[in-house]
Design a protein around this ligand. Structure first.
Ligand code: GLY
Length: 417
């Protein structure tokens, strides 16, 4: 099988490495890729948001399967175009991708499916903002109603900060979603979904704030670990039965059945799981940790999902132990990351590239906010952390920063449901 992966982050690097170890995958292509991806796949250029550009490339490389990593092309309908060209595509239709692209649509689906989520209100004009803020908080949860790569979310006990963020979004023409705060540790559960067939992967936890102990602003994700030693037994089955299956069935009922990866972001409260958000694609950085433990052929799973035969696949197998990934971010990330700095010491095992580029002289330089995703695995979370941070210690990038506490709360038994 010839596989084309669309995207350029560490998530796509992780997908490509897992695909490369599937004996059923003969050739790998990635577009637009990055400097690290070039060592596992043939990198081509593409306009990932353009139907014509992705279909032309998929045809040119004779892809048997196209895997679309990021949400923007999915929300724009690129998967529909690839399928219309007769090529199998892992990724939902534009209609189904609204589960991520429109928070109002996601809320409506959850209400119809009887799935627990935060109470919310959309504010679309500054005149309604103050009254609406009075109906919420503290804590205030203020979200961009569109796609914002995680950075459109502010969770704060400070009303003025909540108001400033909402006012800025409205000024830029973005409707604002105000939500009640959901208590409890967060879980990211990725499920392969093919209509009403739902196959969960390992549960993971992201660390969204930029600094240790969850200090500072939200980011696209600073690190993740899997599995979750604190998650009560049976929780994954409960989430699948009470959250993901009803939502998948509701999407089928609406004529926009989901095909691809449905990512349920949940808060594990005292009364059970409640949905924080749905995403229509693999999460970043959780994918880097989850796929490090996958023992089944990934290409086979993705192809079966894309072609409507997921129900006939054996359940995914997982290696014992734990995996951690730690994101190395550029100076000033998440605000205005500096790029163009030289990276050294990264040519070692367990390093996935995100925002990197290669200069003509072969030097690898930073080219984005999240630059590398460094993985460690081990018999338990503590051993996985030791490996990840040991690898990170040998990498040099001027001005860079990373969290030192990825998975630490779980190791120290500080997370309880
Ligand atoms: N881990 C957050 C995201 O992928 O959106």
């Amino acid at each position: 099988m010839r596989v084309l992966v669309i995207g350029s982050g560490a998530r796509e690097h992780a997908l490509l490495l897992a695909l490369a170890s599937d004996p059923g995958v003969a050739e790998l292509f990635c577009a637009p890729g990055n400097a690290g991806i070039a060592s596992v796949a043939t990198v081509r250029s593409v306009d990932a948001s353009s139907d014509e550009s992705v279909v032309a490339l998929a045809t040119d490389v004779a892809a048997d399967l196209v895997v679309i990593g990021p949400e923007v092309p999915l929300v724009l309908g690129v998967a529909d175009a690839v399928r219309a060209a007769g090529i199998a595509c892992f990724g939902p239709s534009a209609a189904a991708a609204r589960i991520e692209g429109s928070k109002a649509f996601a809320k409506d689906v959850m209400a119809a499916a009887g799935v627990r989520t935060a109470h919310s209100e959309i504010v679309d004009t500054p005149a309604k903002l103050d009254e609406a803020l009075d109906r919420f908080g503290p804590n205030w949860v203020v979200k961009d109603d569109g796609l914002a790569a995680g950075k459109g979310v502010v969770v704060t006990t400070d009303r003025a900060a909540a108001r400033d963020h909402a006012a800025e979004l409205l000024e830029n023409g973005h409707p604002v979603l105000l939500e009640s705060f959901l208590d409890g540790p967060e879980v990211s559960l990725f499920c392969l979904v093919d209509g009403e067939t739902v196959v969960p992967l390992l549960p993971a936890q992201d660390h969204k704030r930029v600094g240790d102990n969850d200090a500072g602003p939200n980011t696209g994700g600073m690190g993740a670990y899997t599995p979750l030693p604190w998650l009560p037994e049976g929780s994954v089955d409960t989430i699948v039965a009470d959250v993901v299956v009803p939502v998948a069935a509701e999407l089928v009922r609406r004529g926009c059945g989901f095909s691809g990866l449905l990512y349920a972001g949940l808060a594990m409260g005292k009364n059970g799981p409640a949905v924080v958000e749905f995403n229509c694609r693999f999460g970043d950085p959780e994918t880097q940790a989850v796929l490090a433990l996958l023992d089944s052929p990934l290409g086979e799973l993705l192809y079966a999902t894309a072609t409507g035969s997921l129900a006939q696949q054996p359940a995914p197998r997982w290696r014992d132990g734990a995996a951690v990934t730690v994101v190395l971010a550029a100076e000033y990330y998440p605000a205005t990351p500096r790029t163009g700095d030289v990276i050294t010491g990264a040519d070692i095992d367990g390093v996935l590239h995100a925002g990197t580029a290669q200069r003509d002289d072969g030097t690898i330089v930073s080219a984005g906010g999240r630059v590398l995703s460094v993985i460690g695995t081990g018999a338990d979370l503590s051993a996985a952390r030791t490996e990840a941070y040991g690898r990170l210690a040998s990498i040099k990038l001027p001005g860079s920063h990373f969290r030192t506490d990825i998975g630490l709360g779980a190791v120290e038994g500080r997370i309880t449901v």
